[in-house]
Design a protein around this ligand. Structure first.
Ligand SMILES: N[C@@H]1[C@@H](O)[C@H](O)[C@@H](COP(=O)(O)O)O[C@@H]1O
Length: 261
């Protein structure tokens, strides 16, 4: 696992957008796994700026969704499909037919989950999966004690996650669905490169448990320790509880040859 400590969210966004741009230059049809939440927004803004300036071409890029609420109509403004259309696809100029995600409105939810895992595999797998992290250490919507081998499936949100996400529903927790579909941890671990971005002091405990704690289902993000190419990008505030912060800073500053993350 590589830990990169950046001064602020904007620098983290730029670093990850550049990694995505390098991937797309090598592999124009790459499948990018994207996350929702506030944290990844600087990544999408930096990548859109690169598209506008001609630094990268996303004409053949494909986008895969990480998770979705169950029961919200697909055109609900806070369905993750709508959020990603607004925050990723439209700014990048990527058409919906280059987008894939689980169907949160399916009558057969388990069938939709299995179909999504198959669709990801049939698409050749995710090349780079961007992840945020919940205050309880969740990735996607894999809440604490999710199996580290889990596949895409239905999950029940914790009260804390519903409180955290109520801000997207006019501050009303009752509007936040209880159930979600999420790529499983085993599914996420199949992506070729995992990039987790965490910013702000509120994520410091979760980041410390992810990076320096044991691999344990109680902190689902700690599963990144099992992945051969995982990059954790954190700002100073989110890094504030890392015991090895000085080592991580020193290592990154002295990378012998800059090869991206
Ligand atoms: N399912 C999403 C996660 O993918 C995201 O990482 C998390 C943190 O969001 P934020 O970045 O807004 O803190 O929120 C939701 O639970």
């Amino acid at each position: 696992m590589e830990v990169v400590i950046v001064p602020d969210a904007k620098a983290g966004g730029e670093l990850i957008a550049e990694a995505m741009a390098q991937l797309l230059r090598r592999k124009p049809g790459a499948l990018l796994g994207v996350a929702t939440g506030s944290t990844p927004l600087p990544v999408y803004e930096a990548l859109a700026a690169k598209v506008r300036s001609g630094a990268v071409d996303v004409a053949r890029a494909r986008i895969a969704q990480l998770d979705e609420y169950v029961g919200l109509p697909a055109d609900h403004p806070e369905s993750y499909r709508s959020v990603l259309r607004r925050e990723v696809l439209e700014p990048l100029g990527i058409a919906m037919d280059q987008f894939m995600g689980p169907d949160g409105t399916a009558a057969d939810v388990q069938g939709a989950c299995e179909a999504y895992d198959k669709a990801l595999a049939d698409a050749g797998g995710v090349d780079l999966q961007l992840l945020g992290i919940g205050t309880d250490g969740h990735i996607g919507f894999n809440e604490p004690c999710s199996s580290l081998a889990s596949r895409t499936r239905i999950k029940t949100l914790t009260e804390q996650t519903r409180i955290d996400n109520a801000r997207f529903f006019d501050g009303e927790i009752d509007q936040v669905p209880h159930h979600v579909i999420t790529q499983g941890i085993g599914t996420i671990l199949e992506a070729r490169h995992l990039v987790l971005l965490a910013t702000g002091e509120g994520k410091a405990d979760a980041v410390a448990a992810t990076v320096e704690g044991p691999v344990a289902a109680v902190c689902p993000a700690s599963a990144l320790q099992l992945h051969p190419h995982a990059t954790v990008v954190v700002d100073d505030a989110a890094a504030s509880k890392l015991k090895l912060a000085d080592y991580f800073r020193h290592t990154y500053a002295n990378k012998p040859e800059w090869q991206g993350i």
